[in-house]
Design a protein around this ligand. Structure first.
Ligand SMILES: [Zn+2]
Length: 69
């Protein structure tokens, strides 16, 4: 094995470590939606949402209705 191979191997290992970190992002939100108990998508948990898309949409719609009254 020459130097080029060692460098390539090191790059691949760094890439692997980086991928592993990206696969496990910080999740701030709960595992389940506060409203309906559905599983929360990781992307929403990352942003700290506590409701799934459906419940969030419903809540926003209700808030708008209440404001309009
Ligand atoms: Zn929900």
């Amino acid at each position: 094995m020459d130097d080029a191979d060692i460098t390539q191997e090191r790059l691949e290992r760094e890439q692997m470590l980086r991928n592993r970190v990206e696969q496990r992002p910080l999740l701030y939100g709960p595992e389940e939606c506060d409203q309906c108990g559905d599983e929360m998508p990781a992307i929403r948990r990352q942003h700290g949402f506590r409701l799934c898309v459906e419940c969030q949409t419903l809540r926003e719609r209700n808030q708008k209705l209440r404001r309009a009254e």
